[in-house]
Design a protein. Structure first.
Length: 199
């Protein structure tokens, strides 16, 4: 575990600088996050209140995104992009789209109950899976995926923001990392990157 963090940060830095434009000549033979120690087994609760593990998604590509439903701007924008990319893929390559599961994992389990998560994810795409769980379970999965989050100061009325890292991982059917997806560049760029690495 002592050597994990430097190697992981280096892999993320390299991936963040990788080109993702659709006119990139050819994808390298090796995806940018291949071999990075990102991801791992987890057991959480989905938006229907059912306990699920990572094994439920075996054999599927996964888009792993971490955020929270009370996020005022970034998370809804990113989720809209992910949902839009899924719609583009369903239109252009339905066979590939059927092999992809977009997954939203909350970093604010105290407020993000299954019912709250369900209302949030269904607003963006009907196939997005929303996951929550106990604070301890969420902390475990955050560590596995190198996600930072920290609760901000309480505002008048008791509300608060959560500072968190912003990345969408594309994982392969075995749950191994392939690439960081450019969710900040819009649905088409994200769909193009999925096509580039999911093969």
């Amino acid at each position: 575990m002592t050597n994990r963090r430097p190697a992981l940060l280096a892999a993320l830095a390299l991936a963040a600088c990788s080109p993702s434009a659709p006119d990139t000549p050819a994808a390298p033979a090796t995806p940018p996050l291949a071999g990075a120690r990102i991801g791992g087994p987890f057991t959480l609760v989905d938006q229907d209140g059912q306990q699920v593990s990572d094994r439920r998604f075996a054999g599927k590509y996964r888009i792993m995104y971490f955020g929270y439903t009370f996020c005022p701007d970034v998370c809804p924008t990113d989720m809209q992009t992910i949902g839009g990319a899924m719609k583009l893929l369903e239109a252009s390559d339905p066979a590939l789209a059927a092999r992809i599961v977009p997954i939203f994992v909350t970093v604010d389990p105290t407020r993000d109950t299954p019912a709250v998560v369900k209302q949030f994810v269904t607003a963006f795409h009907p196939r997005i899976v929303g996951l929550t769980g106990s604070p301890a379970a969420i902390e475990t999965v955050k560590k596995e995926f190198a996600i930072f989050s920290a609760k901000g100061d309480a505002a008048p009325g008791g509300g608060y923001l959560v500072n968190h890292s912003r990345q969408a991982y594309l994982m392969d059917p075995d749950g191994k990392p392939l690439a960081l997806l450019p969710q900040d560049k819009g649905p088409q760029a994200l769909a193009d990157d999925i096509k580039r690495w999911a093969r």
